[in-house]
Design a protein around this ligand. Structure first.
Ligand SMILES: Nc1ncnc2c1ncn2[C@@H]1O[C@H](COP(=O)(O)OP(=O)(O)OP(=O)(O)O)[C@@H](O)[C@H]1O
Ligand SMILES: [Mg+2]
Length: 271
């Protein structure tokens, strides 16, 4: 059975698009057939992170409106044939995404793929609720800071009320993904600690992604970090998160890039 996974957050800029690409590629690496969908109409970032911006011809709105067939809009990844992208439109007409249209497209995708990973726009308005509407599973991306945690709390409320599953009296499976975590800064009290976040958001933790330059490096070359540097610290954390998503028990840790830590120490001493 295909699973619809929404990557959501409430607050903007916390790492949803990065995580959609990284989790999608990690799932595909494990042999699953995966499509990542950009619901961020107007901004259209996922194609950049996936390195497919020059290959976008049709998009989600074209398919929803019946101007293009799904197969015309899907972009198959050049590195992994079981990974595809359904891009967003750059038009500003967000209202073109109707609930029925999205449901129809998702149903068609369910027949072709094992995982449908939806990159949500920021906020708690229509775009975000449309992206989560048909989800079976949600990954709530949160940074270790108060405003991000508060917005995640609101999104969790919406997942429990505004989704199809919630309306049927069922539950969307919810997971917390803590991103851009810096253990040194957390220890110094400059960021919330993992336990502080878990105390406020009582949903199970699926991973801790460290703050890492590898993420920026990967996005600059148009590659999910899990493909570009699979052994880096953030990639290890994303691969572990995928194993947990699939029901495995994996011990929780905060992977670190030893090299970059040395680099930082060296850099500080030299300064
Ligand atoms: N683990 C990380 N380490 C360092 N930088 C990161 C990490 N995760 C994300 N970033 C950076 O944070 C910025 C925002 O990430 P991203 O675009 O994925 O967030 P978003 O939640 O999708 O934003 P929006 O709400 O605007 O859609 C990007 O510049 C990205 O490279
Ligand atoms: Mg985004």
């Amino acid at each position: 059975m295909a699973k619809v996974l929404v990557v959501t957050s409430g607050k903007g800029g916390v790492g949803k698009t990065t995580s959609t690409a990284a989790l999608g590629a990690a799932l595909a690496h494990g042999g699953e057939k995966v499509v990542v969908i950009d619901f961020d109409v107007g901004l259209r970032n996922l194609d950049l992170v996936m390195g497919a911006e020059r290959r976008v011809v049709f998009d989600l709105i074209n398919v929803v409106q019946g101007d293009a067939k799904l197969n015309q809009a899907l972009i198959r990844d050049k590195r992994m044939e079981n990974l595809s992208l359904l891009p967003a439109s750059q038009t500003r007409d967000k209202d073109a995404l109707t609930e029925e249209g999205v449901a129809r497209v998702l149903n068609e995708l369910r027949e072709k793929f094992d995982w449908i990973v939806c990159d949500s726009p920021a906020g708690i308005e229509r775009g975000a609720t449309l992206a989560m509407r048909h989800a079976d599973v949600a990954v709530v991306v949160t940074n270790p800071e108060v405003s991000s945690v508060r917005d995640s709390d609101r999104i969790i409320g919406l997942l429990d009320s505004k989704t199809e599953k919630a309306e049927k009296g069922e539950r969307v499976e919810k997971h917390l993904l803590l991103t851009r975590y810096d253990p040194i800064r957390a220890e110094r009290g400059e960021m919330l600690k993992v336990d502080d976040v878990l105390e406020i958001l009582s949903i199970p933790l699926i991973g801790i992604i460290p703050e890492s330059e590898e993420v920026l490096r990967a996005s600059n070359v148009g590659s999910p970090v899990t493909l570009n540097s699979p052994t880096s610290a953030p990639s290890k954390a994303y691969f572990d998160a995928v194993r947990r998503l699939k029901g495995e028990t994996v011990e929780m840790s905060v992977p670190t890039d030893k090299k970059s830590l040395f680099g930082k120490l060296f850099g500080r001493r030299a300064a």
